[in-house]
Design a protein around this ligand. Sequence first.
Ligand code: 6PG
Length: 482
Amino acid sequence: MTTQQPAPLAQIGVVGMAVMGSNLARNFARHGYRVALYNRTAAKTDEVVAAHGDDGEFVPAHELAAFVASLERPRRVVIMVKAGGPTDAVIDELVPLLEDGDIVVDGGNSHFPDTIRREAALREKGLHFVGAGISGGEEGALNGPSIMPGGPAESYAALGPMLEEISAHVDGVPCCTHVGPDGAGHFVKMVHNGIEYADMQLIGEAYDLMRHALGAAPAELAQVFATWNQGDLDSFLIEITAEVLAQTDAATGKALVDVIVDQAGQKGTGRWTVQAALDLGVPVTGIAEATFARAVSSSVPQREAAKDLPGHAGTWEVADADAFVEDVRKALYASKVVAYSQGFDQIAAASAEHGWDIDRGAMARIWRGGCIIRAKFLDRITEAYERTPDLPLLIADAYFAEAVADGVAAWRRVVSAAALNGVPAPAFASSLAYYDALRADRLPAALIQAQRDFFGAHTYQRTDKPGTYHTLWSGDRSETQA
Ligand code: 6PG
């Protein structure tokens, strides 16, 4: 008589079989894990198994209870559904089926306050909740994303090795590490996206300036970006820019970029970054300009109404095209350093406020591969934070200070030429203004303090002695100590 062996349990489960979820499940399977699958519409689960069964061992389930029952303990469930309501709906359905010590991972682009709330609620029930930022799009999910998991450190012990294994690797080092408690992972992913916005806007401005100044065709500029990708600017976004600019539209024979409507969309992570920065009081001007530049592009009635407003009427004369291209490259690099510096300031501020203890050097390290902002120069950022873990300003690190100093004259030439020729370069200009503001001996903030004191008795401090002061503006204008 033979006894039937129970089916082996799955080591990890994925809920949500849209492209990110199914690709992540396939990535786990390809690394030898037995992966439980569940999707609200069962047919989708079956499709994934039918199409990709060869990737490894899948345990498909049509009911959530069967899915949960097919997982080994502590259960590891990765939710890959739309952020917001749909994520809460899955959590609500899942939680009653789970037991003490089980781990729920939210791999979506969730807003970090939601992650803080969910982590607290699940902790009350004896469950671990891990808000994990996952970057790299569909391709990254399948072949190795950058993973930014937050949540309790104990859950990282059970989960981290698996996540590290399926993440991208650079020089043999995984692009995944424990970021910090509760919402830390999703916060860092949010800032990653904010930096992504800034990076994309800066590249867009560089392209637009060269187009206007040199009258160059997109295909010629594709060459410029391809060359830039061999140097300090080596990054995924520069690489794809070269590919996009080289693309011809099959229907019209024109450059594809010329037939795409120039109104940039957004799903909200850039906006969240700016909102959080405002709450923290951290000036992320590069990310904010990039987010607003997308909004300006989509301000259709305003753009229409502005069509005939006066501006620069002449042609942009550039004496030395190669020198101009090099100036733009330097301006782009310097502005990019500013955007990252600001993003890391925001991470430091949130880490201090929430007690997350985030290691900024480690964040730069896990962004080196797999994610949208992956770039060579992230190595330099890691090195800077390794040299000085509590570095107050990334651009003050010796390496970056020198890099920016090398580009500052070019940066000024590019920003002033853009203004003189009526071409918008908001992210370039605002990054330079931020740099100059930080360098300034004195800022007009002193005047603002005096104005505030004048109309609202908001008081001010003096440069020459301690204390808080108020001038009797509507009286005899003598000064009082508050
Ligand atoms: C990633 C991306 C990804 C995405 C965002 C931003 O890291 O894989 O950041 O999260 O592209 O959805 O998209 P929007 O530009 O639509 O806000």
